[in-house]
Design a protein around this ligand. Structure first.
Ligand code: URA
Length: 435
């Protein structure tokens, strides 16, 4: 393969054949194409985009770079959900145990953080001992056994996405509709599932800034997924404001566990329940969405999903006693500082982009592929649009490694909030559904 010629062709807006795309994916996965050339090709794709046929070829080549899971006969439907990435988005941690408790099988392949958006794998890695790299036969046996596994790409499961995802993260090539479509669907198709819900985010901290762009991405994913035999519904959800009240790897696990314990927060619980209910309806056409929501809420309050979460932690090597001890502490970071209001009024904006950047700069995200994440740092008690506050109310709590970084975070965080004197009604979280 003459890869420089293919880079030039894409730079000049020409299309690749299916075989050319397969060769590019294979060669990059085996290390025969260096990062600098792949970065140039990704940037060419970012600017010139891909035709639907090229996106399909890229998706299938990435799926086939590793094992595609094959499942034993079992009445329990195989389902999953994936998000295009947001700040404070810990839905997967709450949803997967709920789905397993409802009788689904959930072989969830997730990613690390991308840009300022958090990654489910980085969050789970804040649980002492938790392993996110399982071999295909381990994933199958764990899912058959307890109903779920949350794992990452490996050298045997979608290795092409593992490498390309990490490279895109640090080369400014994430917000591309064909690259996001291929990255997500290569993972989901390799799971061998039958039904998927996509959470496509738009807003300040999302890769798609407007509902229109998010709709385009959702349509790209839904059409290709259906074309590959994967029944898919997409939610379009707001990402101007962080989801939940905590951002940062450990703090998000803690909030997810509280949600499994039925303590909310409302936005996280509502979105999770709606996605679970949608999967119930998609796999059982006799159920109404209202009845499905009711069933999900009953399951949540029964405590079974929380017990299933613990089973998953144990099955994946996590130390349950250490997890419980961490849950009982106020923070795993050495320094905590509050951002307080000088005034009184109503919050009109809690900027997810600034909050994502603050958490990344505290050490909770990456700037280069090799950066180590600090799982302890982040923000919690984040106040949300529409909330009233008085003098001295807490707008957010900073968890930091040291006083200097905490002070920097506080200074920057002041720009994340806007206020007014009159009551303010926040915009709905779920904007639309596409199927
Ligand atoms: N999530 C993924 O898995 N891939 C992307 O490219 C973006 C979000």
């Amino acid at each position: 393969m003459n890869f420089p010629a293919l880079i030039e062709a894409k730079r000049d807006g020409q299309s690749h054949t299916r075989d050319e795309i397969r060769e590019i994916v294979q060669a990059y996965t085996t290390g025969d194409i260096p990062d600098y050339q792949m970065s140039a090709w990704l940037m060419a794709v970012y600017f010139q985009s891909l035709q639907p046929e090229e996106t399909r070829a890229l998706t299938l080549a990435m799926r086939d770079s590793g094992t595609v899971l094959e499942w034993p006969d079992d009445p329990r439907p195989l389902v999953d959900k994936h998000s295009t990435g947001g700040v404070g988005d810990k839905v997967s941690l709450v949803l997967a145990p709920i789905l397993a408790a409802l009788g689904f099988r959930v072989p969830m392949i997730s990613g690390r953080g991308l840009g300022i958006t958090g990654g489910t794998l980085d969050k789970l890695a804040s649980i002492p001992g938790f392993k996110t790299q399982l071999e295909p036969d381990q994933i199958i046996s764990q899912v058959q056994d307890i109903g779920l596994a949350i794992v990452g790409q490996t050298s045997t499961m979608v290795p092409a996405d593992k490498r390309i995802y990490a490279l895109r993260d640090v080369t400014g090539t994430v917000p591309s509709i064909p690259l996001i479509t291929a990255s997500i669907l290569s993972k989901k198709l390799s799971e061998g599932i039958g039904t998927l819900v996509m959470d496509v985010k738009f807003g300040a901290a999302a890769f798609m800034k407007t509902p229109g762009e998010a709709r385009e991405l959702a349509q790209s994913i839904v059409e290709l997924a259906q074309n590959c035999g994967l029944k898919t519904t997409a939610f379009l959800t707001d990402m101007d404001t962080p989801l939940g009240m905590a951002v940062g790897n450990w703090l998000e696990v803690k909030e997810a566990v509280r949600c499994l314990d039925c303590y909310g927060p409302d936005d996280l619980q509502t979105l999770t329940v709606d996605i679970a209910a949608t999967l119930l309806v998609e796999t059982n056409s006799r159920l109404t969405i209202a009845a499905a929501r009711q069933r999900v809420l009953e399951s949540l309050t029964s405590g079974k999903p929380r017990a299933t979460f613990n089973e998953m932690v144990k099955a994946q090597g996590g130390d349950l006693a250490a997890l419980e001890a961490q849950l009982g502490t106020n923070s795993t970071a050495p320094v905590i500082m509050d951002l307080e209001t000088p005034d009184e009024g109503f919050i009109t904006r809690t900027d997810a982009q600034i909050i994502g950047e603050v958490v990344r700069d505290l050490g909770g995200g990456r700037m280069t592929q090799e950066d180590e994440i600090d799982h302890a740092v982040g923000l919690d008690e984040i106040a949300k649009p529409g909330e009233p506050f008085g003098v001295g109310s807490v707008l957010a709590r900073v968890h930091a490694r040291d006083k200097t970084s905490a002070q920097h975070a506080l200074d920057r965080l002041k720009q994340a909030f806007e206020f007014q004197d009159e009551p303010f009604e926040s915009t709905p979280l779920i904007h639309d559904r596409i199927c």
